[in-house]
Design a protein around this ligand. Structure first.
Ligand code: CDP
Length: 227
């Protein structure tokens, strides 16, 4: 099946499995995968390492100019790099997770990330995941998906992910972090998380990845009349 040159936007709450789903779709369709959350996480690590965000989440306005020197990219295996340095593990830590939503609420940070995404997506045939891809970054994306799952299912998934990496996560902390990010992400002024009017909803609380893939394949086939 030849998939047309389209953009696929996958948005939704934290730990709904957006990135696993987006990666699978990218592999299956032969598309490029862009992880917008990784860019926000990279900015957060950058701000933390330069002392540009305080313990109570106050962001130093110096971050704006400092971002000129930040270059984030993805390796062939999808790992995130800051210049030559692989930051994949650090950006997934609880330390970064605990400050990423305040960073992502800063309008100039969002502009910086949006510009990166547009540059990286210039070739087309991309699948992107995030919070505002279908509403703000690529409002013309041909296929938009909005993913949901219950907070407990999501916290369990994130907990298992952190534990598998050899961490020592505390379930209650992971759940609290997810709920806190849900709240900040949906209540911020700049591009809050909301479902685009033309997005297809996908609640994957009880779905396997194969079922998710069959679902989106059917959707693309239906929309473009391909068999
Ligand atoms: O994987 P997980 O759901 O934990 O989050 P992520 O996709 O890595 O994104 C981390 C954080 O970045 C989110 O909680 C949002 O605060 C922010 N974000 C955003 O504001 N807009 C996006 N397009 C992507 C992420």
């Amino acid at each position: 099946m030849r998939i047309p040159d389209i953009t696929i936007a996958i948005d939704g709450f934290s730990s709904t499995g957006k990135s696993s789903f987006a990666k699978l779709v990218a592999r299956k369709f032969g598309f490029q995968y862009l992880d917008s959350g990784a860019l926000y996480r990279a900015v957060t690590l950058f701000a933390q390492e330069r002392g540009l965000i305080s313990a109570d989440n106050a962001v130093d306005p110096g971050l704006r100019a400092a971002l000129d020197s930040l270059e984030v990219g993805f390796g062939p295996d999808g790992r995130t790099f800051s210049g030559e340095r692989c930051i994949e593990d650090e950006i997934r830590s609880m330390k970064v997770s605990s400050q990423v939503s305040p960073i992502a609420a800063v309008p100039y940070v969002r502009e910086w990330v949006d510009a990166c995404l547009h540059r990286m997506a210039a070739g087309g045939r991309v699948v992107m995941d995030g919070r505002d891809i279908g509403t703000a970054v690529f409002p013309d994306a041909e296929i938009k998906v909005f993913m949901t799952a219950s907070p407990e299912v999501r916290a369990r998934r994130r907990f298992d992910e952190l534990a598998a990496k050899g961490g020592n996560p505390v379930y209650e902390e992971v759940l609290a972090n997810i709920q806190q990010r849900d709240y900040i992400d949906s209540h911020r002024e700049a591009s809050p998380l909301r479902r685009a009017d033309d997005a297809f909803g996908l609640d994957n609380s009880d779905m396997t990845m194969e079922e998710e893939l069959a679902w989106i394949t059917g959707l693309v086939q239906g929309k473009f009349g391909i068999l």
